[in-house]
Write a new protein. Structure first.
Length: 117
């Protein structure tokens, strides 16, 4: 039986407390211009290759902060990515594990991951 639901993730929502500050922070670590529009006063779509990310300040509460990474950002050189994040004073919460990935927090405490591709 075929499904009307595509086997593709369209976007991932991340709850953030301050849409402007979060937009600037995420765009900075991803090397992107923070020049897109904030939609409806609470949504910023980060322009990525592949599955997108939507920052949303309307869904933010302390109870729905992401405590386990739901996805990972790719990096060709995990050591270089780790050093980059440390130099930016990002809250890196693990060392590089199995020479393959590490976890960090955004300013709201959402747990995120960078993984060697």
């Amino acid at each position: 039986m075929l499904s009307p639901i595509l086997n593709k993730i369209g976007t991932v929502f991340i709850p953030v407390s301050n849409i402007e500050q979060s937009r600037d922070w995420y765009c900075d670590i991803l090397g992107l211009q923070a020049d897109g529009d904030i939609q409806f006063g609470h949504i910023y779509v980060i322009p990525l290759n592949g599955t997108g990310i939507v920052l949303d300040s309307k869904i933010y509460t302390e109870h729905n902060i992401i405590k386990t990474p739901l996805f990972h950002f790719n990096a060709e050189n995990i050591e270089e990515a780790y050093t980059f994040m440390k130099k930016k004073n990002i809250d890196v919460i693990t060392e590089i594990e199995h020479n393959h990935y590490f976890n960090f927090k955004d300013p709201d405490g959402n747990h995120l991951m960078i993984c060697k591709c």
